[in-house]
Design a protein around this ligand. Sequence first.
Ligand SMILES: *Cc1c(COP(=O)(O)O)cnc(C)c1O
Length: 314
Amino acid sequence: MNQLALFEQPLPVTPIAPLRMVCGQNRFWIKRDDLLPFSFGGNKVRKAAEFYKEIKESGADVVMTYGSNSSNHCRIIANMAAAMGLQCHVISPEEHREVLYNTKMVSQFGAAIETCPVSEVAQTIENRKACFVNEGKKPYFITGGGHGNPGTHSYVRAYDEICTQEAQMGVHFDYIFHASGTGATQAGLVCGQLLAKDESRRIVGISIAREKERGREVVRESIEAYLGADYDKLYRDDALIFEDAYRCGGYGMYSPEILEAIDRLMSEEGIPTDTTYVGKAFWGMLQYLQEKAVSGKKILFLHTGGTPLFFDKL
Ligand SMILES: *Cc1c(COP(=O)(O)O)cnc(C)c1O
């Protein structure tokens, strides 16, 4: 099958499976967005599927984006651009140049990687865009991490998918936990919940980098941008839970306890997770449940991908 056939139709539904582990008499399920069948999967595949339509409609011939050496988003966009036969140009901060699996794959997909100091990113993007336009090209720029309404929309659809699966499985999740970074995943899930006027559960974004004030504000802005005129009517401040107590000092930082949680998920459940996003958020979730004395609930953890990062640390 041509790789792009995946994006020409609705994405396949990702499985929800129960975990064996029990914690505080809570029962756990995991939704495997890491198994989306494109470029090692993850939430960036859902986002890319929305950008795919926009890129095609725009008639662009160069896809530009931004991300670090460890970026899952850049790997997937470079893969998609290659499959579409389009040139791909990635702007990346020069501060972290360790070559990781994602870095290698971005190059393997034929994308150019342009590095610059992190303080000059915005200017570098503008300059490069202008260069392409001067050459008679038509660039399409995707914000880092696939942030923006198409990215948000992809997780509104994922929220609906979860509701459909709940009905089929005959369970109701009291909580949905996930790793929250740029916030598009969380914004989408929360918009899905607000649009469904569903107050029966909590969605908890475990911050993997940002502090509460800024992180939460970025998610709220994305919700506002997506809901538009309906924002005032639908938005509830208590629907947006952005938890920053488990950041371990910031992006990419982790602790021995996180490594332990990752090892446990792999050895007991056979599920690979990484120290930057998913393993860290899973550990954060367990801490959160303990600290808040949550007990006897049904809990869904969303596995947002990052499989190449698991191998980086193996
Ligand atoms: C990007 C990413 C996230 C964070 O998603 P956002 O929508 O940016 O909040 C979580 N997990 C993995 C594996 C990612 O690559």
